[in-house]
Design a protein around this ligand. Sequence first.
Ligand SMILES: *Cc1c(COP(=O)(O)O)cnc(C)c1O
Length: 365
Amino acid sequence: MSVFDCAAAHIKSISPYQPGKPISELAREMGLDESSIVKLASNENPLGMSPSARAAAEAALADVARYPDGNGFDLKQAVSRHHDVATGQIVLGNGSNDVLEMVARALLGPGRSAVYSRHAFAVYPLATLAAGASGIEVPARDFGCDLAAMRDAIRDDTRVVFIANPNNPTGTFVEADALERFIADVPAGVLVVLDEAYSEYLPPERAYDSVRWLAKYPNLLVSRTFSKAYGLAGLRVGYGLGQTEVIDLLNRVRQPFNVTSVGLAAAVAALADQDFVRATAATNADGLRQVRSFLDSEGIDCIPSFANFIAFQVGDAAATNRRLLEQGVIVRPIAGYAMPQWLRVSIGLEAENARFTDALRKALS
Ligand SMILES: *Cc1c(COP(=O)(O)O)cnc(C)c1O
C-alpha cells in the first residue's frame, strides 16, 4: 500500500482548489508576450496597491532576517482603530483563507458538520473536509444564499455556518436586515462566519456594519482581507473579528508566525490609505457598468454582481474559455462551483475590460 492508499478517506475525497491561470503559464503555453496578456481571473485589484503600502513593504524587507511579530501588534492596533474593536477581538491570518482554516481546525472535526450554500466560496468545503467534518451544501436561490433553507439545514452536529457576502463566484448579496435576522436565529453553539472579502465594493446604499453586531451575537465571526480592495493579494494578509472567547479559540490553532513581517507592515499602511480604497471602489463601479452593459447588449445572461467580478453564462464555457485564452485573456471557469456553463470575469481597468469584451465577442461569434 502506498502513502496515498493509506491516506484518510476524507483527504482523498477533496478536490483541490483551482486557482486562476497565472500570466506566465499562459505566456509559456501559447507563446504569447506576458505584457500582451490580460488576467481577469482572480479578483485582484487592477490599480495594484497603495503607494504607501508599497513603501512600507519595501522598508520592511530590510528586516526579513527577523521573525515577524507573532502577535501583529501594530496591525492589530490599526485594525482596532479602524473598526472600533478591542485588540483581543482580532485574529490575524495569512490571508483570510487562513482564518477560515483556523475556524475549521478549532471547531470542526469528525462527527461535526458545516453548512454553506451551493456556489459558495470553494474554501468552505475544502476547510470543512480537510478537518474531517461533513459539509452540508444548501441549494441556492437565484444563485445566492437561501437563508431560510440554510437555517433549516443546521443539525445538532453543526458547528459552523459559512456565508460570503457578497459571495464569490456569483457576486450575490444578502441584505443586512435579513442577514442579521438569520444570525439571531442560529443556535448559540454554531459559529456564523461572515466572510466580507468584498464589502469595500458595496455601494453606499447596501453597505452595513456587521462589526456592530459582534456585541449582540457571541457566535459571530466577521472575516476581512487585504487581498482585494487593498491590493495585497500576493502578501497574504486577512483578519477575523469576533468576541474574545472565539478569537481565543482561533489563536490556539494559529501558526505562531502566520503573517509575514512584510505583509504586516504593508497592511498597516494600506489600512491608513482609505482614499486608495475609495478610488478602487469607484474604478470597479465604472468597470462593472462597462462589462454589464456589454453583456446586456449582447444578450448574455449574467448574475447581477455586488463585487469586483461578474459571472456570465455562455453554454460551452470550456470552449469559450479556450478561445479567450487564445486571445490572451484569462477569466475563470467555474465548473467546480456547479456552474459548468458559466465563466467569471474580474473587473479590470477600462482598457482591460475592453480587451475582454472584444475577445468575448470574437469567442462567441
Ligand atoms: C478572495 C476571497 C477571500 C480572500 O482570500 P485571502 O485568503 O484573504 O486572499 C475570502 N473569501 C472570499 C469569498 C474570497 O473570494
